[in-house]
Each structure stands twice: as C-alpha cells, then as structure tokens.
Design a protein around this ligand. Structure first.
Ligand code: DGJ
Length: 728
C-alpha cells in the first residue's frame, strides 16, 4: 500500500510486515525517514534533527542557517558536489567539467501494477503490485531523476530503479548511477556479504560496519564467483530466527558495487548499483539512462524469514520457467563423465545407463562443435563436429529420444577462441585494446556483445543449432572474466559504456532465444556460479550453482546461496567419487541428499555403477519426484550452519505446513559421538506428524526439543526425514 500525505509531502509504503517512508522537506530535498517493522502510520521525520556541524556545508537557500546540511540528513537518493560528502548515488559530469548534482522534489505518480524496465530484468506481476514514481530535478544541470518503487505487499518486497533523463541542451556524462541508496540513522549495523572463488562460491561473511566505507563488488564484467550482488545489513543481535535485517539484491549480471558507509555521526548508508569503475555513460539531450533494478526486503524476525520472502517473490514474480507447472525431468550431464572425449556412441551408452534409473533428460556438454577436443579451440564455430556426431544432432537426438529421454545441449555464446574460423574472419569482434596484447582466460577471448552485428551472427548460428533437432534445454555457459575491455564499434568517449552494453547485449540475446524457443529451458552457468544473480534468473530460471560437485563443499555453497535465491534455482548434480574437484569420497546416499535440494541431476558415467548403486539412484530419482513440490515450491529453513556446526541440516516445508522434508548431513565422524537432537522449524506447533511413515510427533516438541538423529557411523552420513501431518 502506498500512502501519500499531501500536507507533509510524506510517502509511506506499507508491506505486510514492513514500512518504508520518505518525505520531501521544505527545501524539496527528499529525505529518507524510516525502513523497518510495519507501523500504523505517522511521520517519522520527527527523528531527524539538525545541529551546527563543522565542515558540513549548508545549501544556499537556507541562508545563514547552519543546522541544515545535506551532509547530515538521511537522503533518499544521494548526490555529489553540493555538500553531502558521504557515498554518492549519482555522479554526473557536465559539459563545463563540474561533477555536481542537487536534486529537488517536483512531483510523483502512482498506479496499480508493476513498472517494467526496457531491456533489463525486473520483477513482474499485476494486481499484487503498486508502483510509485517520484520526480526529482536538478535545475542547473537540467537533469530529471525518476525514482521507481515497486511494492509487493505479500512478500515484503520493495523494488527500486532509477531513470535519469537529460532535459538540457548539452550532453551529460554519467560517472555513477546507483540503483538504490538506503540511509539509516544508526551506526551499529553489521554487513553480511557472500564471497568466494571459482568452485567455492557465496560463502557468507559478516562484520560490524566500521567507520568509513566498506563493501564488495565486481569489475570482472560478470557478477562473479568472488562477490555476489546481494548483501544484508543487520542489527548486531540479528540471527537466523530473530532480529532486524535488511537484504539488498541487484538484478544485474555485470560489474556491480555494494558499499556501506558508517559516517561521522553514527549513521549508515548503503549504496548499490553498477560499479563506477570504467563506467561513463553519455546522455545526449533528450536521452535517458535506466539503472538495473534493486530489490529490498526488511525482516523483523531474522535472516530465515528474509530468505523465505525473497524465495517466494523470486519464484512467483521473477522466474519465467517454461517447465513451471510440470515436474522438470532429472537430468544426466556428460561433462564429468567424459569431458571432451566422447562421440555419439559414448553419449548413447551414457543415456542407456541413465534411462532405466528415472532420468529423463540427457545433456550433452562442451565438445560437440568445431574441432573442440580441448578448451583451447573452436568457441565461435557453432557447427556440429560430424566426426564425433555422425549424422549430426538430429541423428543423436532421435537415438536419445528413443530411450524416452529429452535432449539438452551446452553452448558458450559470448566467447571465441583465436583458434576458430570465427576469429580468423572477425578478429575485431573480440574485446581488446588497440596496441595492447590482450589477456586470455581459459585460452579464450570475449566476444564484443555490445555490438549488434556480433550478437546477430551468434544468434543466427545458435538458432540454426536449436532449430535443427528437438532440443528442450540449453546450458548457457560463460567461462572467463572480461579484461581488455574496448569495443571497435564505439568512439573513445563512449568506451565507458562497453561493460554495461555487453550485459544488455547478453540480456537481449537471451530474451530473443526465450521468445523464439519458448519451450526451451535455459540454464545459466559461468564456470558454475560465476554469474548466479537475480538478473540472470529472469532469463535462466535455474543456474549451475558451482563447478564444485563435492557434496560436502556443496552444503556450504548451497547454504550461502540460499540466503537470497530459492533452492529450485540451484542446479545440483550427483557426481562420481573420489570427487573431481577435491578428491573427497562421500557415500552415494549423501551425494543424492545434497543434490536433491535443488534442480537435481547426475554428472557421472552411470554405466560404471554397481547394481547396488543403481538401486540407490533409482530410489533417489523416485524420492526427488515424490518430494518435487516440497523442494520447488516449499519454504526453506536453514536448521544449522555448515561453516560452524558439525551437522548440516535444512528443511523444505509445504506452504500449509502439513508436509516437510528434513535433510541432515554429518561431517567427519569421531568415536563416541554425542547424541544429536535436531530442532526443526516451520512446522505447525499444534499438529502431530508421522516421520518416515511412522509415529506421532507433536510439531511443537519437534521444534522446541528436537528429533533424535541416529548416531553417525563413518564420515558424511546423511538422513532424510519425511514429515506428514496426521489426520486427526
Ligand atoms: C564450465 C561449466 O561450469 C562446466 O559444468 C562445464 O560445462 C564446462 N564449463 C565445459 O567447458
């Protein structure tokens, strides 16, 4: 609900459990007055006080009043150059060389429904949403800034985006244009970020804000394995099930920055958006720039509730899954089974072993095109290698289909190897700086996706592949960071647009494929989870969570990922042991339980398994199908912390709380272990539940006192408990 009070120019946004408020003051400065647990109403600007603060300037029109300063007031969208020295959100460079912007309120619009952002991913939906647009103006620079707010009451979600319009007669160069600025009148907050590396993504890290600026970001051209465009600010006492926290997520897959500043008077500011590094976007007169969308959730009861609200909002208003409403088949992918060394016969053998085990989708990974026998050649040459696949895709796909399976294919559209016909014909299509030898990553260069002609060529080549056979799934990979960023198609003064135009180009192509092949599910991938962000999820409703398929490392990766992204978006596979990434040996049952908590599949040579293993796999695929709606539509509860606790446990609970699937994995075993009683969450305290078909367990006892787990025997033992409410 959006409430406007004309007398005090006060905007109050209510969601089910939270309230967000801002106010245009007597000078037209838009102040942020409150974001927290839901309030009945009121004007929270009584909390804002002025004082004569040394070295904090006073706007000209305040005369000689020394107690009003932009430097000390909580701003809704911070600017620069006119007296606020904290983190700016907007930094324009004007033709006179000044870097300044002073925004004043001029009006607003609101309507039922959700705004859309052309060319950018955004939450969508109809009647459940309300939109507010607040207009601000810099009179000297002739800049109009439109602050967009989407309110999804049911899930406590507030989205934000900004449109900056040049209404002057000369060009403006945007040096920074953040998506969100959030001011807090307190300095005691902590910040949580999700960090890592290739094959070990999104490990949470939490620290109190210290005076000054701190944050995370990416200048790799992708959101990155290293830091995720999702951060949390929280009270020191906040935990999984209690305390106040604020999540901020950016729907963007390129360079981003999320910074928090604890400033001199113990207030805090969070600014998140496109990373200003090598960003400079020229707005000619009449042109506008739209920032990516940010999505905020405040939870008055801890991280768990915040995550569940994000999960629900993402599932219902961001994912566009062509297979929604049906059960996606369990897949088998040949990557770890064969790497590049395969032909049709080998693939069919793998599929033959998989089909009787309840696996319904065969995915052919890297190596099927050009002369791709290793990762140093052929990216860009999207023609089937007919030595490996005689008869082409059609022949292979019909053999796979004859086994009762669907077929999927791997592509890496954004890349080119120098050893390719494409690069020989169009060396200028790769990103590189004239006169400077460019860096290779995995022996490949990055295609300049800011260019329409490059995108057109790749679209044509891949369209031909997708149209040539019955393909229902595409794995869209991206295996290096962008360096040497320079486009042969843009003049020097527009090179600061390339990173962003690249991302827009990726989005445009993904959208075209979605439109032209509406039945095809596209899974995102970037060396695993190097581009696992909400921007990609809009186009690719599931993403390969990590190249690390070890079940125990995956528990940590999936735990960190779950703070923002729902389990149904996480591609998760059972692979062979010893594991190819860390050499660990884990029981097959454990690997199944870890992978089943996502978009489930296998990535191993199933023809090499024992009859006992095949029986286990058959049960796993049957269990996954039985628990599918719990895993894909249920609420997710983190029951322990794999970075701290000897046992990792989590639960998927149905919306009506009548059914739950609890999974628990022990770490390494020690003699004479203590008994563990696992406290469950999310159940109905008044209900009694059967567990794995037996007993009658009171919901409140299971949550307050726990369920006794069997003692572990051997490393990495895992258990699954299926709870069903008993009909009274
Ligand atoms: C990186 C992906 O994450 C892997 O799963 C696999 O598809 C390889 N690329 C193929 O080159």
């Amino acid at each position: 609900m959006i409430v406007y009070d004309a007398a005090s120019r006060l905007f109050t946004l209510h969601t089910q459990n939270t309230t967000y408020q801002m106010k245009a003051d007597e000078y037209g400065v838009l102040l942020h007055t409150y974001y927290g647990p839901r309030l009945s109403g009121g004007d929270l600007s009584y909390l804002i006080r002025g004082a004569d603060r040394g070295f904090s300037p006073n706007p000209n029109e305040t005369g000689h009043c020394r107690t009003y300063s932009l430097d000390t007031l909580p701003q809704e969208y911070s600017t620069c150059g006119v007296g606020d020295f904290r983190l700016p959100s907007l930094e324009p460079e004007l033709t006179d060389g000044s870097h300044a912007c002073d925004l004043r309120y001029t009006g607003f619009e609101r309507w039922n429904g959700k705004y859309a952002l052309e060319g950018l991913p955004a939450f969508f939906g109809g009647a459940q949403w309300q939109t507010l647009v607040i207009f601000l103006e810099d009179a000297a620079a002739h800049l109009r800034v439109e602050l967009y707010y989407g309110v999804l009451e049911e899930h406590d979600l507030i989205t934000r985006a900004v449109r900056i319009l040049n209404r002057g007669k000369s060009s403006v160069r945007l040096r920074q244009a953040a998506s969100v600025c959030l001011d807090f009148q307190r300095g005691d907050l902590e910040m949580m970020t999700f960090n890592g590396r290739h094959a070990m993504e999104r490990c949470p890290s939490r620290a109190p804000l210290r005076p000054g600026v701190q944050g995370v970001g990416s200048i790799r051209g992708a959101s990155s394995h290293q830091h995720n465009p999702f951060v949390i600010l929280c009270e020191p006492a906040c935990g999984e099930d209690y305390g106040l926290c604020w999540g901020a997520m950016l729907l963007y897959s390129g360079n981003f920055q999320a910074q928090a500043e604890r400033s001199q008077f113990e207030d805090s500011r969070l600014v998140m958006g496109i990373n200003p590094y090598h960003f400079c976007y020229t707005l000619s007169p009449g042109e506008s720039f739209i920032t990516p969308e940010a999505a905020l959730i405040c939870s008055p009861c801890g991280f768990g509730q915040m995550s569940r609200q994000y999960h629900r909002a993402i599932r219902t208003h961001l994912l566009r899954d062509p297979m929604a409403g049906t059960q996606k088949p369990v897949l088998v992918n040949n990557w770890e089974a064969t790497y590049f060394d395969f032909d049709s016969e080998a693939l069919v053998r793998l599929a033959q072993a998989a089909a009787p085990l309840g696996i319904g989708l065969f995915v052919m990974d890297d190596g099927w095109f050009g002369r791709r026998d290793s990762d140093s050649s052929s990216l860009g040459d999207w023609q089937v290698n007919s030595e490996k696949l005689p008869g082409g895709l059609e022949a292979l796909v019909s053999r796979i289909k004859a086994l009762g399976m669907k077929f999927g294919i791997w592509v890496e559209p954004e890349m080119v190897n120098e050893d390719s016909a494409l690069y020989q014909a169009h060396p200028d299509w790769a990103l590189k700086i004239p006169g400077r030898p460019c860096a290779r990553g995995r022996s490949q260069l990055v295609l300049d996706f800011s260019r329409q002609d490059v995108r057109e060529h790749i679209y044509g080549a891949l369209h031909a592949i997708l149209a040539s056979a019955d393909i229902t799934y595409v794995k869209w990979d991206m295996n290096r960071s962008l360096s040497d960023v320079w486009s042969a198609a843009l003049p020097p003064e527009r090179q600061g647009e390339v990173y962003h135009r690249y991302v827009l180009g990726v989005y445009e192509l993904l959208e075209r494929f979605r439109r032209d092949f509406p039945h095809v599910l596209i899974e995102g991938c970037s060396g695993g989870g190097g581009r696992f962000d909400a921007g990609m999820l809009y186009y690719t409703p599931q993403i390969w969570c990590s190249d690390n398929t070890d079940a125990i490392d995956r528990l940590r990766i999936q735990y960190g990922t779950s703070f923002c992204y729902p389990p149904c978006t996480m591609g998760a596979h059972v692979s062979a042991v010893p594991n190819d990434q860390n050499g660990r040996v884990t029981p097959l049952e454990t690997r199944g339980i870890a992978a089943m908590s996502g978009a489930f599949g296998y990535e191993m040579d199933l023809s090499q398994t024992t009859p006992q293993d095949r029986a286990v796999i058959q049960k796993q695929t049957a269990d996954y199908r039985a628990y599918y709606s719990l895993i894909h539509q249920g609420d997710y509860y983190r029951l322990s912390d794999p970075f701290r606790d000897p046992l990792t446990a989590w639960a998927h609970v149905s919306q009506d709380k009548r059914e739950a699937l609890v999974s628990a994995v022990y770490g390494t075993v020690h003699a004479a272990p203590p008994f563990t009683a696992l406290k469950l969450k999310g159940l109905d305290p008044a209900q009694h539940y059967q567990i794995n078909g037996a007993g009658s367990w009171p919901g409140d006892a299971l949550m307050q006192a726990g369920y006794p787990l069997p003692l572990p025997w051997g490393d990495y033992q895992a258990f699954q408990l299926h709870l069903c409410a008993i009909e009274e």
